[in-house]
Design a protein. Structure first.
Length: 311
């Protein structure tokens, strides 16, 4: 008979691939997690993880077990939570993660619309940081995340574009480029490009922090950062530059930072994403509410930057 802790330990370790973080999430000791996994492996009769001093990886048997268990476990957990909520007279919560003020503004409006349409449910917007947003989505800290494209993760589903915005280059007011009215992608060769900390996929880095211009000129890497405020502080200090959405000029104005629009870069598009095995009617319903909220805030079919409430 497999115990609940064995399932939780296995599924959490399969996501984290780290015994310490798994123990923290489950509020037990690392030794308890190790013992629990060994017990489960004895019960099944085969190793589920390859372990070394440097890394933890799923075995082929572990991957198959994870793919079989994850959907069923999530469904059971959701059913138990719904029953508990109903017993307490509470509404079922959908946690919606977002990055940046514009996406947050849209999510608040979408949450209001979602709540009015579905009295038994409630949407809870939560701001995340870019450095750990995908990890937290996979870990289940949020059910849905609004991301900037490109986004192509095999285990995730990407919904329709909600809004788009032009790209700008954030530079120090002391940088020579700051005297211009606009920039080209070729001008990236004249700056040090700040680097986002974390294991972001190559396709995202190529789009947002390229190492070469379209004509092949090298782009010098700059200091790393974890949050937008860190990036703006580095730009203000003339330590580097970064490509951002035009929303920064509205929501993150700073005297020492100049935002220069690109003449030749495609717009940034924002869309919802979620883990494929956790698809639910709530997610589809919220996506519809978000699309409707975005459409109400603009005249375009996809929307531009969402207007402020009441505008």
């Amino acid at each position: 008979m497999v115990e609940r802790l064995e399932l939780e330990a296995f599924l959490t370790l399969a996501e984290e691939l780290h015994f310490g973080r798994t123990a923290e999430r489950l509020h037990v000791t690392t030794a308890r997690i190790s013992q629990t996994i060994k017990k489960l492996e004895r019960h099944i009769g085969t190793p589920l993880f390859d372990r070394s001093s440097r890394h933890v990886e799923l075995t082929e048997a572990g991957r198959r077990l994870h793919d079989d268990l994850r959907p069923a476990y999530d469904q059971i957990e959701a059913g138990l939570q719904r029953a508990a909520n109903a017993a307490r007279g509470e509404r079922e919560v959908l946690r919606v993660g977002f990055l940046g003020a514009a996406a947050g503004q849209l999510m608040v409006g979408a949450a209001r619309l979602f709540d009015r349409r579905h009295p038994g449910w409630r949407a809870l917007p939560r701001e995340l940081q870019i450095v750990d947003s995908l990890r937290r989505l996979r870990a289940g800290d949020v059910d849905l995340l609004i991301v900037s494209l490109p986004h192509d993760e095999p285990d995730m589903v990407t919904g329709p574009v909600l809004f788009s915005e032009g790209r700008v280059l954030g530079v120090s007011c002391r940088h020579p480029l700051a005297r211009r009215d606009s920039v080209s992608l070729e001008d990236l060769a004249a700056v040090k490009m700040l680097q986002v900390v974390g294991g972001f996929p190559d396709y995202w880095r190529a789009d947002r922090t390229p190492d070469r211009t379209p004509c092949g000129r090298p782009v010098e890497p700059g200091p790393p950062f974890e949050t937008l405020q860190e990036a703006l502080a580095l730009i203000d200090a003339d330590e580097g530059a970064f490509v951002m959405g035009a929303q920064v000029s509205r929501f993150y104005a700073r005297p020492g930072v100049v935002y220069l629009p690109f003449r030749d870069a495609p717009p940034l598009e924002w869309a919802p994403t979620w883990v494929a095995t956790r698809t639910s009617p709530r997610i589809h319903a919220f996506n519809q509410a978000a699309q409707d909220a975005a459409a109400r805030g603009s005249s375009g079919p996809r929307g531009q930057l969402p207007d402020a409430p009441g505008r």
